[in-house]
Ligand binder design. Sequence first.
Ligand code: V47
Length: 381
Amino acid sequence: MQSETSTERHPFRTHDAALKPIADRVLAGERLSFDDGLALYRSSDVLAVGWLANFVRERMHGDVTYFNVNRHINPTNVCVASCRLCAFGRKKGDSAGYTMALEEAWETAASGYSEAVTEFHIVGGLHPDLPFEYFLDLVRGLKERFPKVHIKAFTMVEVAFLARRAKLTIEQTLLRMHEAGVDSMPGGGAEIFAPHVRSVICDHKIDGQEWLDTARLAHRLGFRSNATMLYGHIESDADRVDHILRLREVQDETGGFQTFIPLAFHPANTALDHLPVTTGLTDIRQIAVSRLLLDNFAHIKAYWQMMTPKIAQIALRFGADDLDGTVIEEKIYHDAGAKTPQGMTRKQLCRLITEAGRVPVERDTLYHAVTRTEDSFLIAV
Ligand code: V47
């Protein structure tokens, strides 16, 4: 016997009785609880979970799907941490380690794609020797050369590391980053906040509370940031719900998170390579549960580099309203075995979105619509 809840456009139907009260709350615009989160992960009716997430997504954004034209820059892969989740980091002295000279980083910023990027996404290893000034000079140099490009740089983990190295408080570090030209911050390094998971997958990183405190402070100082969650390794459903609700709590306080990006763990070349890769339905369900629990996040991003373009496209009908991005060059997932392309063009992104029955809207980092002319190229001044 199917339970049913009427809506104007379609009836909600499910064979999972546990979803019925959750559906009533979602349709009424009420906040979901920890136990609701568990029920969504455990429901046998993933299509009904997706239906609810899509309902919320359309209530917030209609058919609009955002995408951006960005470039990733990873200035170094040399890292003092030895996180089991990571295939990217290298120890100092390792022949596969690299560190870009500043000129090289600025040249990289302009390479690989002819349309004007609106965002540089900059993250890298926790280098034992590079001084804070290197990173500030990197940002200053980018701002001088590309004054119109938004700089989204340094995860909360990098900020905390740089602060310690420079013997500054987190606040002083963030303020100096802002002066140098950092406009906002990416969402990486959050992984899973629960200490029993963090101690296995990334025991050298700041703990979950420090990540959240750094984000809270960054928001108070006026930065916008993103938030991520790494799933599909040793975490439980309860660890995922806990992670998401802790982000929701900070967002209630600050409103500073722009988008949530669930990241599927890629085990190849990591110390956890015995674990299986996530399946398509796990990825899709994760998008849907994120949309349903994070009622105070405006956006849920499908990162196609991580989920593949095909699954990312399906995610656009399961709760995601945001597709990242042209990227151009990706190292973190490709070192961990990703077979996705390095980058996509605007045209390719628009095709994925349009064929999902959605309306593509190019955005800048702060979600303003971007209008561009045919001949807009990235020009260094
Ligand atoms: O923090 C590292 C993850 C993150 C692996 O803010 C891995 O717009 C899977 O945060 N398998 C970096 N994941 C990427 C990131 C990101 C990506 C796109 C957009 C934004 C944004 C942020 O990648 C790390 C970690 O959680 N990661 N190694 C791995 N083997």
